[in-house]
Ligand binder design. Structure first.
Ligand code: ADP
Length: 476
């Protein structure tokens, strides 16, 4: 019998996605199936989800889910087995987050997860409940404050500690939590109900998405107020790097690429460059190294640092193709930069999966100057696509790219360029190093080839999650 795991998340690729969380929750179930783990994912019933699920059947009636009746639906999306919280009063809106009642919306997700965890759906009684990010953070709290019967083991995964879900303390009774839960050992967090804090305090195991980030979040610099709690729980905290879906991200069959290629034929990427230059209005200059960026435009991602380093990049003969969406002031600053460098900086503000693939399939290098990065996925895609990653030496970026220092070059193992500190000067130096490497075709080919051979899929991380789940079975 496979081990049964209920994964609880607010996003899942390909149904709903705003970031890497969706990629992870969407890809992990198939990878875990190979390790004899059967995953079902519990998702809010957003309109985009309800419109795309198949094989729908009612699994559980909920007479009053924070103010109105609701249902749990069992459903499928491709090979993904799902439970959907069908609660129009909470989820029938287009934007996923940012609503006045987000506390209720995501408490409901946790409460339903706990009910299923305690066996409310006879057809699927999980042995482990795996909660992702603050939106699912109350799941362990509801399980801990239940009726005292048996409960499954719990895992809380932090995809980004910056998003903590701090909600007004006055909602405690509304959320159905007892007064006794409002303590430092429970859900209380600096005078609020801390959704993520609750999950981190009350789950049996904590994971985050890379070993380096697991260490960083235990420091006062990286802990964002939770480092003390995380140090206290270091014995149950581990880092498991994310993978990418190597079927979705495969340059040999990628329908978004005019020219498909594999590790034996990276030269074919040149044809893609022409397509991207046309798409983004870049001057057609195949002899210039093209740097790509695919990113949310936020302080975390270091886009202001990139803006400062642009002179070095352009001055050194480089070109920039940037795809991103996010904070309005950063978008405005990037528009100004693009206007100042016509034909040399191609900018697309927006979310565009096809263009993300095209950039990976033709950029010579991919820049990721994040101030912190729990794992990062774009550098993993870049490795697989032969776009040499140039990354800040933080979190998962530090764990997944081998810097082209002298020793790594001599040993023939380098896959990219790392830089520290994460400042404009640091990025300037990294860009200069990258340009120098690009001018040595043999060294550059080697970097590309090493990257394309690097392990970026889910096999290893899935084995680690499966092993972690098995430590919980029969232990709780
Ligand atoms: P985060 O989750 O912090 O945004 P990650 O690197 O973990 O960063 O994951 C980002 C994911 O979203 C990647 O799959 C990346 O390709 C994709 N992505 C980010 N911005 C865009 C965009 N503007 N258009 C298309 N895909 C994007």
């Amino acid at each position: 019998m496979p081990l049964r795991v209920l994964s609880v998340a607010s996003e899942l690729y390909p149904l709903v996605k705003t970031g890497g969380l969706a990629d992870v929750t969407g890809a992990l179930p198939a990878a875990l199936a190979a390790h004899d783990v059967a995953v079902r994912t519990l998702l809010p019933g957003y309109p985009a989800v309800l419109a795309r699920i198949e094989g729908v059947s009612p699994a559980l009636a909920l007479p009053d889910l924070f103010g109105a009746p609701a249902r749990v639906l069992a459903a499928r999306a491709g090979d993904l087995a799902l439970f959907i919280v069908d609660a129009p009063h909470l989820y029938a809106r287009d934007a996923l987050y940012g609503h006045a009642d987000d506390a209720l919306r995501f408490a409901a997700l946790g409460a339903v997860a706990a009910a299923i965890g305690r066996g409310a759906v006879a057809g699927f009684i999980p042995e482990v409940v795996h909660a992702h990010d603050w939106q699912a953070g109350l799941t362990p709290a509801y399980l801990a404050n239940g009726d005292g019967g048996g409960r499954p083991g719990t895992v809380m995964t932090v995809h980004n500690l910056a998003y903590q879900g701090k909600m007004p303390a006055g909602l405690l009774a509304t959320l159905g939590l007892p007064v006794s839960a409002y303590t430092m050992e429970g859900v209380e967090y600096f005078g609020t109900i801390g959704f993520l804090k609750a999950g981190l305090r009350l789950s049996d195991r904590i994971t985050t998405v890379s070993p380096s980030y697991a260490a960083e979040i235990q420091t006062s610099e990286g802990g964002m107020g939770l480092d003390g709690l995380l140090r206290a729980r270091a014995g149950v905290l581990s880092g498991i790097r994310n993978g990418i879906d190597t079927a979705v991200w495969n340059p040999a069959i990628d329908r978004h690429l005019p020219a498909r290629y594999d590790a034996a034929h990276p030269d074919l990427r040149a044809a893609n460059k022409a397509a991207l230059q046309t798409t983004l209005g870049l001057a057609p200059e195949p002899a210039c190294p093209l740097f790509g960026v695919i990113s949310r435009l936020t302080w975390q991602k270091g886009m202001d640092i990139l803006a400062e380093a642009l002179t070095t990049l352009i001055g050194g003969g480089g070109r920039l193709a940037l795809l991103g969406t996010g904070d309005a002031p950063i978008e405005a600053a990037l528009h100004t930069l693009a206007a100042a460098h016509p034909g040399r900086v191609g900018l697309r503000i927006g979310y565009d999966e096809a263009l993300a693939h095209l950039i990976q399939g033709d950029a010579d290098a991919l820049l990721v100057p994040s101030r912190f990065e729990p794992c990062g996925l774009t550098q993993l895609c870049a490795l697989r696509y032969g776009a040499v990653p140039v990354v800040a030496r933080v979190g998962g970026l530090a764990d997944t790219v081998i810097d082209a220092n002298e020793a790594a070059l001599a040993a023939g193992v380098a896959t990219g360029v790392q830089f520290a500190p994460v400042t404009a000067a640091g990025l300037d130096a990294a860009i200069a190093r990258t340009l120098a490497l690009w001018r040595e075709p043999r060294a550059w080919r080697r970097l590309q080839a090493n990257g394309m051979a690097a392990e970026v899929g889910w096999d290893r991380p899935a084995a680690q999650y499966a092993a972690l789940y098995r430590t919980l079975v029969g232990q709780v």
